[in-house]
Design a protein around this ligand. Structure first.
Ligand code: HEM
Length: 152
């Protein structure tokens, strides 16, 4: 029962974080860019990311707690397969990138929206989009490693 719960929480967190980035990057932002003017678009995206990033924080905690717990149940880090080591490493890198996104372009985006500085908001959004794009690629890769690693 514990194993089932931990795996389910792990995959829930993967779904929220990677799925949310996939949706934002491939559907929401490009559509907002074509149908909304900068003031509406940047206010919408600042609001969307404010809500989404709460769930990203929850997902990161769930990923590390469930992942480390699974490693503990299976034995130890030393006994874990190469795919688990790679998963952990990439998850740490993704978490650092998220920290940068949160502290730099996201903060700048919110400040620009509050001050109605739309060019500055657009520049912050461009940086945020690039970093989310990197995290999305890393996330898709680590998801494949997580699922297929034990069979390779
Ligand atoms: C973005 C980060 C992560 C993603 C996308 C991810 C993804 C996955 C996926 C898809 C699985 C396969 C589950 C299954 O097939 O039932 C998995 C399993 C696992 N993950 Fe992660 N994971 C991430 C972070 C972590 C972290 C931080 C740890 C902790 C060190 C961790 C430890 C594990 C372990 C121990 C397993 C079980 C491996 C096995 O049964 O062979 N993961 N992960």
């Amino acid at each position: 029962m514990l194993m089932a719960t931990l795996y389910s929480l792990h995959i829930f967190a993967v779904m929220v974080w990677i799925g949310g980035m996939f949706f934002a990057h491939t559907a929401l932002r490009p559509t907002a860019a074509t149908v909304l003017q900068p003031p509406e678009r940047l206010q919408l995206l600042a609001g969307v990311f404010t809500r989404f990033f709460i769930w990203v924080k929850v997902s990161i905690v769930l990923l590390f707690v469930s992942g480390l717990w699974l490693i503990h149940i299976h034995g130890s880090f030393a006994k874990a397969g190469w795919h688990v080591h790679l998963m952990f490493l990439i998850a740490v890198i993704m978490t650092i990138i998220f920290g940068v996104i949160y502290a730099v372009p996201f903060k700048a985006l919110k400040a620009a929206v509050a001050a109605k500085q739309w060019p500055a908001g657009g520049a912050a959004m461009a940086k945020l989009r690039r970093l989310v794009g990197i995290n999305l690629i890393l996330g898709l890769f680590v998801m494949v490693i997580g699922v297929s690693g034990r069979f390779l």
